[in-house]
Design a protein. Sequence first.
Length: 471
Amino acid sequence: MPNQIVIIVGLAVAATLVILMMMAKMFRKAGPNEALIVYGFRGPRIIRGHGAVIFPVVENSRQLSLELMSFDVAPKQDLYTKQGVAVTVEAVAQIKVRSDNESILTAAEQFLTKTPPEREGLIRLVMEGHLRGIIGQLTVEQIVKEPEMVADRMRSTCADDMSKMGLEVISFTIKEVRDQNEYITNMGRPDVARIRRDAEIAAAEAERDTAIRRANALREAAVAKAAADQDRVIAETASLAKQAQAQRDLDIQKAQFTEQSRKQEAQADKAYEIQTNVMQQQVIAEQVKVQQIEKEQQIKVQEAEIVRHEKELIATVLKQAEIERQRIENLAAAERARLTVEAEGRAAAIRTQGEAEAAIIFQKGEAEAKAMNVKAEAYQEWSQAAVVDRLITNMADVVRAMAEPLSKVDKITIVSTGSDGALGANRLTGEMTKIAAQVPALFEALSGMNLQQLMTNVRAMKPRESGNGAS
């Protein structure tokens, strides 16, 4: 039994909580700045400032804001006034949903599913259309000078259309009116010129009155100053006369006092001068005695100094001069001996070197003479063979010298047509062979000898040379 009671109580509590949660989910609240539109099986209802239970499935609800909407009313196109002047007008409109249930239902019918930007766009189109119509009925002067009249017209004109949408215009304020032709700028110029003219006239009149008053004040001041100056001059003259008389009496007294002072000063100066001369004579006498004693002492000191200086010269200068003389003589003798020995050694070395060089030159000349004689005898004996030997020996140098310009060529291009039996690089070696073949002709041209005849004579000499050798 106790367990069953606990279960029953728990189920009752759970059911109560579920019911409360369902009631909380079905309860909707509307703040003072919004309206809750409830629609369903009981018909449309408006909830403002309190709550209501919304039964699910059979009822639904949406919120509609009752707050003030503020947006700019500024048509992008120019608006033309009654005078045909194109102007640009920028205004600010304050609009909200009316507070009565009928207007709330009307606004809900038209704007409940639209976003705030879409709702403001629709309202702005209506406001701009009415603003265009009102501007077309007014002049520029009325628009600029009477903005409140334009705002009142806008509110009265838009009231019907706004009521049809459940709205009302709280305020309409014109922020700016401008035009591209400077009509508004020039509109105030006449008034500005008139005001400026009046101001200049008033300023001129004020300056004139000020100048007159200033002149009168200056004249009165000048008269008062002249009278004051006259009184001042009279007073200064009387004062100066009294000052001159007092100064004269003072100067007389000063002269008397000065004369007495000078007499007393002269007497004092004379007595002082006599006493000074007496004392000066005594001082001079004492100074003469002192100078005489000083001169006697100076004479004695000078005589002692002369004796000391003579002894010092004898002890230092003469002795040192003697020692220096002996040292210089010894150095001169040693230097003379050294130079004599060096000269004799240098002369002997030069003599020996000359004799050796002469002997070498003589021997070298003798050897060269003998070599030349041997070579001359050989050339006389072997004249033809020597010539041939020199020719063959130096032929390589001659050919090398002739071909040397080709060694300094960096690049050679050979063009061969295939004629004369020489192709490619063989053409270059053939040219070198031709250069070598010109050497005998060059030798014959320079020496005047026939190389072929010379070779024939050399071959004819060989048997005879062999016979001579045998014998």
